[in-house]
Design a protein around this ligand. Sequence first.
Ligand SMILES: Nc1ncnc2c1ncn2[C@@H]1O[C@H](COP(=O)(O)OP(=O)(O)OP(=O)(O)O)[C@@H](O)[C@H]1O
Ligand SMILES: [Mg+2]
Length: 274
Amino acid sequence: MSDVTTNPDEASAPPLIRARGLRREYLAARKEPFARRTRTVALDDVDLDVAAGRALGIIGESGSGKSTLIRLLLGLDRPTAGTVSVGGRPVEASASARALHWLRRETGLVFQDPYASLDPRQSVGRIVSEPLRALGIAGDHRARVAEVLGRVGLDPAMADRYPHEFSGGQRQRVALARAIAHRPRILVGDEPMSALDVTVRAQILDLLRELSADGMTLVLVSHDIGVVQNLCDDVAVMTEGRIVEHGPTARVLHHPAHEYTQRLLAAIPVIPGR
Ligand SMILES: Nc1ncnc2c1ncn2[C@@H]1O[C@H](COP(=O)(O)OP(=O)(O)OP(=O)(O)O)[C@@H](O)[C@H]1O
Ligand SMILES: [Mg+2]
């Protein structure tokens, strides 16, 4: 067997997310005197399958390509080479925002910083209902906002308030409510908990675990091995733009096959027993 194991569910169901041969290069202008362009390979020949209902954690050092991979999976950026499909539908072939409407419906995204990601001029109700309007989803948006605020543990009456009235943890709940308002099948988080303190982090972790238990597919970038260990069925380990190891969480964390994973984990204590 190779180092890069595929998802164990692959044989029974086609993956919800499939990436093949993904490459992303960046060309950056170099300063004088030569002004030549330098090439960064942010992603290098990445294959990835995520089966519906699984929770995948992506770990790896800073600059290893985690955010780049996520942007490509979400169609927020285009690969230099390779393909992505979601639900069997190609992502990279559709260029315009309009053409990617179907993908927005399938996905919700939570970022690291709940302070930067919420528009301070809009009420919480307006923020949370934004995907419903943007995607042209019919129905009673107020009712859906109330429902989804309740889902993330906030009082539905908070819909009339503004982000500055909330703590960091409450704001991240608002961001989570917005991400799931349109009932996406896939929730993607790029370090969604790293800006939060420990107690609040545990609460958001519980919420994500509930969403996962309800069948939502999760793709979560995290520096926090504890979060991955608690939440994720599978882990993909990245370094230098590649996935060097991908498999069930307990196997990867307790019996890492790749030397890079061993070094990464040696630097971080892993709680035994899972
Ligand atoms: N817009 C860009 N222009 C040029 N280079 C970029 C750009 N975005 C990312 N890179 C480079 O691509 C590589 C991968 O970056 P990426 O942001 O995907 O890493 P990451 O694993 O998410 O890191 P972190 O853990 O710090 O968020 C890095 O070398 C980065 O400098
Ligand atoms: Mg990143």
